[in-house]
Each structure stands twice: as C-alpha cells, then as structure tokens.
Write a protein that binds this ligand. Sequence first.
Ligand code: SF4
Length: 247
Amino acid sequence: MLAKPSSDLSLTMLNQAEKKERAQFILNWLSEKYPDPKAPLDHEDAFTFLVAVALSAQTTDARVNLVTPALFREANTPKKMASLGAPRILHHIKTCGLAPTKAKNLEKMSKILCEKFGGIVPDNFEDLESLPGVGHKTASVVMSQVFNVPAFPVDTHVFRIAKRWKLSRGRSVEETEADLKALFQKELWSKVSLQIIFYGREFCTARGCDGHACPICSQLNGTQAPRARSRPVKQKNSPRKTGTPSR
Ligand code: SF4
C-alpha cells in the first residue's frame, strides 16, 4: 500500500541515477499528457508578459487574464504604465492577491524600465531581478518564455511536486531548482516546468493526496509496474551516474 508521498517518500533517499530514472519516466508521461504546454498568461509582448507574470504571484492565471485586458488597454508600455500611476493600476488589479504592493511595484518597475533600460524589458537575469516586484521565478519565466534562454522556474507547484516525486529534497526554491536542472536536459527545462505546473493543478494539488490516485505515483511507487512509454522523450546523456546540480 502506498504511503502518503508528501510525508513518507521524503524519508527515502534515492541516488542520482535512480532520480534520473524517475525523471525520465515522469518526462515521458508528462510529454504524452501535455505535449505542447504554453504559458497560460495573455499578453501582447515582452512588457505585458512581464506585467502578467508579476501579477500572477499569489493569484491564479485565470484571475490575471481577467484583469489584464482593461489594464493593458490603458497602459501596454512602460511609459503609459508609469504615467498611469499606482492608484489607477490598483483600480484594475484590485482582485489580485497583494494588489496594493503589486500596483506600487508596477509603477516603480515601469519608471525604471523607462529611465534605465530605454523602455525595453532587459534580456538578462541580473537586470530583470533588479526590477521592483521581479524575483528569480518571474525572471526565469520571462527569460525562458520571451528570450528562449533555458531556465527552470520553480513555483509552489514545482517545489511541492519535486519533493513528492522524490526528485529533490531541497529546502529552498534555489536547492530544488538546482536539483531539477541536474535531472532534465537543459533544452527541456522550461517545458518540464510548465508540464509539472499543469500536472500539479490538475492532479497533485496542495491539499495532499491518498498516494493512489495518480498514474505517475502509482507506477513509480509500485502499485503498477512502470510501463514503457510508446514514444520516449530523449534526453542526452541520460541517465548520468553522478549529479552535481547545475545552475
Ligand atoms: S501525483 Fe498524485 S499520488 Fe502522487 S503525490 Fe501528487 S497527488 Fe499524490
């Protein structure tokens, strides 16, 4: 009988080769279930995508997509957003979590984009993370989705599921990100992150689980023998024998 993955599985140590094997199985399964995952935030360009991702913290993507059309009608450039000002931004985004803080950050971020970056969203982590309200996860999403730079955004779903699936024992987002980067081919990082997020929303929610419901766990943990996938997703050099997490 399967024990609760969120508790009992975390007690079991796996070596890197075993984690790689699990990761390949998970990748094959996710790639059949979500073959072409797309970032679910509506946007027009790099700036509106950055705004949407910043708004999505503590807020569902569906909620963000409800508020951004009216916001972007008034302000779809850094200059217009800076001119709009925090109170008017707040009017548009008030149903999002942490709305007052986000409104202030969006005004400040837009001003900095105008004054320091010529109104252009920067294409590197350092400059992105220097913007108010833009943390490493937001920067990772923008870098991967807008600039096609390999990144592995770790949100609450990815952090939770990496533990439940025994891919990481990371105690921080940074540790989990490093563990996952070491398990999946670089070119797949962004796609796998989205696939895990979609799986987390559909099956592996924060509410916990009985350890039986989902195909991935039932096969990984032995209630069913892992079955070969019809079209395995290839990862170069997999499985690796050692696993120094790469950043
Ligand atoms: S995938 Fe399903 S069975 Fe596995 S930890 Fe998540 S909810 Fe539980």
